[in-house]
Each structure stands twice: as structure tokens, then as C-alpha cells.
Ligand binder design. Structure first.
Ligand SMILES: Cc1cc2nc3c(=O)[nH]c(=O)nc-3n(C[C@H](O)[C@H](O)[C@H](O)COP(=O)(O)OP(=O)(O)OC[C@H]3O[C@@H](n4cnc5c(N)ncnc54)[C@H](O)[C@@H]3O)c2cc1C
Ligand code: FES
Length: 258
């Protein structure tokens, strides 16, 4: 983990209220793994007081990017950053996706801004020769993010684009029942709101498909000190795991989402 004064390279709008912030930090870019995150002090002033966590979306030489939806005080400050400004960034943090399993086909499932960690993951999966299918969903077409995705299928709750329904229902409709269970060469990677991740956990477990999910929690320190980001462990009911340190990526079988 590094504490860096990262220099802003660019802020680019890539969708309705969705932005890519490219930051130059050789140390973070070189050490990052897909699924890890950075914790950003968005301004030098007292507001907002706490750092804001963001997945590492992609790396490129000595720089890395985050993808964010401008949703509140912190992200609206990030949206207005200018080339050459510096930002206090801590990272890379957390564990990242587990890529050493024996799988041939990767299925990416994203809900809204849950698409953020996947460009980096997809690049790694391509390097290792995996087959990739992507499923992305949102409430309306404006909430669906397809940035850097491959073989994309889209779901919207209101039917304004693609399949009408949620992204896990779309996934279930595309994986033929006879294929389920016996196809142990598939691995699913999910990120999105908790309701979506819970449905995805259920789908993976009931169809005997392995999966990693990247979770969110409100955070303060970002590296295991404040105990502010607990999530219930399924393997030990008396134990809480920390999203920032034990996650944010967990196997679908390992946690009970709130
Ligand atoms: C490990 C991790 C990785 C993350 N990666 C990303 C990422 O790559 N891109 C990204 O855009 N966000 C990501 N988030 C969420 C991001 O940190 C928050 O969206 C951000 O802190 C919002 O800051 P803000 O100051 O703009 O909003 P605030 O002013 O803090 O909040 C504004 C409003 O948005 C609501 N809100 C805040 N965060 C969320 C949320 N996550 N979901 C739903 N409502 C929310 C608040 O309740 C409030 O109503 C991640 C969170 C975690 C824990
Ligand atoms: S945010 Fe402090 S322990 Fe996780």
C-alpha cells in the first residue's frame, strides 16, 4: 500500500453522469491487481472529511483510472479536477479477484457502476486466454455501462434497452439448464448493488458455478484499522470479515450480504 500525491492526467465523461479519472502514480499502477481499490482524499479542505473508495478500473503504464458516478459531495469534486492537479491517494487496497482457479470461461456480471473494476479484470483475462462474456444491467439504458466489455448482453429494469428485467435473470436465461452444474470450467465475476449480488450468489450456489463478488460498504480507514466495514462470514457465524481488508472481493459462498 502506498500513500501518493497522484497527478491528474484527465477526467473524461463516458456516460450519463459517469466519469473516468486518470491519475499518474507509478507505484499504484504497477502494483495494482484487478478488483483492488484506492481510497481517495478528494479535497485538501475538511469536506468531505473521509476518503472515498473507488475500484481500480484500468492501468496504463505509470497511470491508473477510476470510473465513478457523480453522486454526491466527493464525486462532484472529482468530476471537476483539472489536468496537473494532485490528489492524495492511498492504494492499492484490498485483495482483488482470485484468478488462479481452473476455469476456461469468465462471465462478468455488472450492475450500474459495478462495471468499474471490470476493464482491468478483462485485460488480465484476455492475456491468459480465457473466453469472456459480459452481462451488464441498470434501471434504465442510461445506467448501463459497457465500457471495455466484450460479448455484452444488456438488461434494463424498464426495458429501455436489451432484456427487460434484471441482469441476473438475463444471465439465467442465457445459460442453458443442461449446462449448469456440470460446467465447472465457468467462473462468474460480479459487482453491483447488494440486491443484485445476493441474487447472483443464489444463482451461482444453486447451479454449482464458482463465483467471486466485489462488495461495497461504507468505509473510513480502508485498510483494516477502524473495523468500520464488517460483513458476516458464512463459514464462521461468530466472525465478521472486513470488506476493506478481507475483501472487497469474496467467493460467493463465503459471505452473508446485508
Ligand atoms: C471498495 C469500494 C469500491 C468502490 N468503487 C467505486 C467505483 O469504482 N465507482 C464508484 O462510483 N463508486 C465506488 N464506490 C462507492 C463510492 O465510494 C461512493 O459512491 C462514494 O463514496 C460517494 O461519495 P460522494 O461523496 O460523492 O457521495 P456522498 O455525498 O457520500 O453520498 C451522496 C448520496 O449517495 C449515496 N451513496 C453514497 N455512496 C453510495 C453507494 N455506493 N451506493 C448507493 N448510494 C450511495 C449516499 O447515501 C447519499 O445519499 C466504491 C465503494 C467501495 C466500498
Ligand atoms: S474501513 Fe476501516 S476497517 Fe475497513
Amino acid at each position: 500500500m502506498f500513500l501518493e500525491n497522484a497527478t491528474v492526467d484527465s477526467v473524461t465523461q463516458i456516460g450519463t453522469n459517469v466519469f473516468l479519472l486518470k491519475l499518474i502514480s507509478e507505484k499504484i499502477a504497477y502494483h495494482a491487481k484487478p478488483g483492488q481499490f484506492v481510497n481517495i482524499k478528494v479535497s485538501d479542505s475538511d469536506f468531505p472529511l473521509l476518503r472515498r473508495p473507488f475500484s481500480i478500473c484500468e492501468t496504463d503504464g505509470d497511470s491508473f483510472s477510476i470510473m465513478f458516478v457523480s453522486i454526491g459531495g466527493g464525486t462532484s469534486i472529482l468530476q471537476n479536477k483539472q489536468h496537473g492537479e494532485t490528489i492524495d491517494v492511498m492504494g492499492p487496497l484490498g485483495n482483488g479477484f482470485y484468478l488462479n482457479d481452473d476455469f476456461d470461461k469468465a462471465i462478468i456480471v455488472a450492475g450500474g457502476i459495478g462495471a468499474a473494476p471490470f476493464p482491468f479484470l478483462i485485460k488480465e483475462l484476455v492475456k491468459s486466454g480465457k473466453e469472456i462474456s459480459c452481462f451488464t444491467g441498470g434501471r434504465t439504458k442510461d445506467d448501463c455501462i459497457t465500457y471495455e466489455m466484450k460479448n455484452v448482453s444488456i438488461a434494463t429494469d424498464d426495458g429501455s434497452l436489451g432484456f427487460k428485467g434484471n441482469v441476473v435473470e438475463l444471465l439465467a436465461s442465457k445459460i442453458d439448464p443442461p449446462e449448469r452444474g456440470k460446467n465447472d470450467k465457468i467462473k462468474i465475476f460480479g459487482c453491483g448493488p447488494n440486491a443484485m449480488l445476493k441474487a447472483l450468489q443464489k444463482f451461482c450456489i444453486s447451479n454449482n458455478i464458482d463465483g467471486d463478488i466485489s462488495t461495497e460498504s461504507s468505509m473510513a480507514c480502508g485498510f483494516g484499522i477502524c473495523q468500520g466495514c464488517p460483513v458476516e462470514s458464512t463459514t464462521n457465524k461468530d466472525k465478521y470479515l472486513l470488506v476493506c481488508k478481507d475483501g472487497p472481493v469474496f467467493n460467493v459462498k463465503d459471505i452473508e450480504l446485508p
